[in-house]
Design a protein around this ligand. Structure first.
Ligand code: F3S
Length: 639
């Protein structure tokens, strides 16, 4: 009676019992990093003194920040390449593609565990892998051969029936799930797909769905590994990687949702949250200023060919800027060879590199007050780089059709040819550099001036008596905390510099206030730290002296990052206490050297003269980690 999730976890279980919600530890087979989180992960790996990684496969991708308008990014890329060669990690060069697209094509294996320092690592769940996003330090620990700790997830079953109709895509399926479950609906859960509709979806279509499971807050999402998976692997010339993995007939789920693909209509996520979803029919005719197609959600060969077929022989509206980033060099090569690329260029599209590009705010910020239609997975406030822009998330079909019209149209109403899946994929792994174990020891790790030493926290004090540096509302994302974009990303390996940007679009004085008061507390609403896995959102506040975050609730990866860097993640026992606290209130927590599992803490609001209770939900290992001042200190203590 096991589910797919239980089958994979049970094959990798190192500690704990598979009781839902209880702490477990699992073995990790594969890891991936990308450049925005990778430099920290490898600095941490070096700090652990690991010579060669212990995983079956570890890959360092460069896809987020490939602009080279100064020396910083080039320095980072060279550091990533040389540190990879020294420690037994493959290096996917800039231009080879977006980490999740390339991993799906060339490296993801059904039944394996994959830990990635990117929140959309669950993309590989489309292949039947248990693929989890985490902070860079957790990934560094996995590369060092340490177990990954998590709570045994609940399992939500999404049953798909029938088949998609022309103009409706797998993006519309996941937008429908987001409408049903919300950005908090997957917290603590794996979303497992089943039903007769699964067989009608290709692997890239399934991967679009598991990719955006991250937006549900889910631990991961997973599809069965079936004949479709086998066929995809065969076309990628790695049929030997296939194993069948399906849930047992009588598998037990915590919740079941049914979706009829045959009657599903195109959907759209309106600003500024991926769960603000409407049927496209409710917004038809809205004027569009920019259309951006690509990202790890929608940049497969099939997505690109759907777009090319819609654009074929036509010209985009004169008031629309259309940018397209194919997801990988494989995809770009294939559409270059079959004429798809030419159809896009002829229609007026601007073709970008096979990288994250506008998804991470690296260029292509839209015009002031723009309506920007994107095939990406996130439309958080400010992420496009234009604060006044309204970003909506749609399928490639809706995006391309609307780029032609200049306003939002229903792609079911236009005439185009649905692309066939290719007979074979164009295989060329020459942009993935494989380390040589013979020469690894002599490899020099090149550190340009942009690679700064890793800041390390101090052990937890018995008393935290400090002021509230900032109070924020519900659903604060890691983009609010540590913004991305071309001005910030070059400093991802320079925490002192990146700390100047923390909360810059929320409270401009946050950095200076922290310096003036020696840090303090962050007070937050529900789902604090949702979104990207970037650990800079924990590491830079730690550097600025933040000791504890008191929130109504936390997003999983960010909470783990806080613990990894020795910051206390506390939750209000009575959420009404949130309302009574103001910025710059002085809060005091005592007796922290006695911190114990399941024992709540008393917080004294010294400014207002009252006490309130907070919970911490920390495991014994979490408490040991926080007391040590973070995971790296703990590892050093044990060495
Ligand atoms: Fe890159 Fe955007 Fe995906 S930043 S990894 S394309 S979510």
């Amino acid at each position: 009676m096991p589910t797919i999730t239980e089958k994979i976890i049970s094959a990798h279980l190192i500690e704990g019992e598979m009781k839902r919600g209880e702490p477990i530890a699992i073995h990790i087979d594969q890891t991936l990093t990308q450049d925005a989180t990778g430099t920290m992960a490898y600095l941490q790996l070096e700090a652990m003194g690991v010579e060669q990684v212990k995983t079956e496969l570890s890959i360092s991708y460069v896809d987020h920040n490939t602009l080279q308008s100064g020396f910083e990014n080039a320095d980072d890329h060279k550091y990533l390449q040389t540190v990879a060669m020294k420690h037994g990690i493959r290096f996917s060069r800039p231009g080879n593609g977006i980490c999740h697209q390339v991993h799906l094509e060339r490296f993801a294996i059904p039944g394996k565990t994959l830990l990635g320092s990117d929140s959309h690592t669950p993309t590989a769940g489309g292949m039947g892998a248990l693929a989890i996003g985490a902070g860079g330090l957790d990934v560094a620990c996995a590369m060092a051969g340490r177990a990954f700790h998590l709570n045994m997830p609940h399992i939500i079953n999404v049953k798909l029936h029938g088949a998609l109709t022309k103009g409706v895509s797998s993006k519309d399926i996941i937008l429908k799930v987001l409408q049903l479950l919300s950005v908090k609906g997957g917290v603590g859960s794996v979303i497992e797909y089943s039903g007769d509709g699964v067989a009608s979806l290709s692997i890239p279509q399934r991967a679009t769905i598991t990719n955006m499971g991250a937006e549900l807050g889910a631990t991961t999402s997973v599809f069965p590994s079936d004949e479709v998976t086998k066929d995809f692997l065969k076309k990628q010339q790695r049929e030997e990687d296939w194993v069948e993995i399906v849930a047992d007939e009588d598998a037990v789920y915590d919740k079941v949702i049914e979706i009829d693909l045959t009657t599903l209509e195109p959907m759209i996520a309106m600003p500024h949250s991926p769960d603000n979803v409407l049927p496209i029919s409710e917004v038809l005719g809205l004027k569009v200023d920019q259309v951006a197609i690509g990202s790890c959600t929608n940049s497969s060969y099939r997505d690109m060919m759907s777009v090319a077929n819609i654009l074929q022989g036509k010209t985009i509206d004169e008031n629309v800027s259309l940018v397209i980033s194919p997801g990988s060099r494989q995809v770009l090569n294939m559409i270059a060879q079959n004429g798809g690329l030419s159809a896009m260029i002829s229609a007026g599209a601007r073709i970008l590199e096979s990288t994250c590009g506008p998804c991470i705010g690296m260029g292509q910020s839209p015009i002031t007050n723009a309506l920007s239609l994107r095939t990406f997975n996130r439309n958080f406030y400010g992420r496009s780089g234009t604060l006044s822009a309204k970003v909506c998330l749609v399928s490639p079909e809706t995006a391309a059709a609307s780029a032609l019209a200049g306003y939002i149209v229903d792609p079911r109403t236009i005439d185009y040819t649905i692309p066939n899946d290719p007979e074979t994929f164009a295989i060329d792994d020459s942009m993935v550099i494989v380390p040589d174990a013979q020469t690894a020891a002599e490899t020099e790790v090149i550190r340009g001036p942009n690679i700064k030493p890793l800041p390390i926290n101090t052990p937890l004090d018995d008393v935290i008596d400090k002021k509230v540096m900032i109070k924020v509302e519900d659903n604060i994302t890691t983009d609010h905390i540590a913004p991305a974009g071309a001005k910030v990303l070059p400093y991802r390996s320079n925490i002192e510099k990146i700390s100047e940007f923390i909360f810059m679009n929320v409270k401009a004085s946050f950095h200076d206030d922290c310096l003036q008061h020696g840090g303090g507390y962050i007070v937050a609403g529900a789902n604090y730290g949702q979104g990207s896995s970037r650990e800079h959102a924990a590491l830079a506040p730690m550097y600025l002296g933040i000791k504890a975050v008191i929130a109504k609730s936390f997003a999983r990866i960010h909470r783990a990052n806080l613990i990894n860097f020795g910051i206390l993640p506390l939750t209000f026992v009575n959420e009404k206490d949130y309302d009574t606290i103001d910025e710059m209130d002085e809060l005091k927590i005592e007796h922290l050297s006695d911190l114990q599992v399941d024992v709540p803490l008393q917080v004294q609001n010294i400014t207002k003269g009252y006490y309130f209770e907070v919970a911490h939900h920390l495991t014994a290992l979490d408490i040991e980690t926080i007391k040590a001042g973070g995971t790296l200190n703990l590892i050093r203590q044990h060495q």
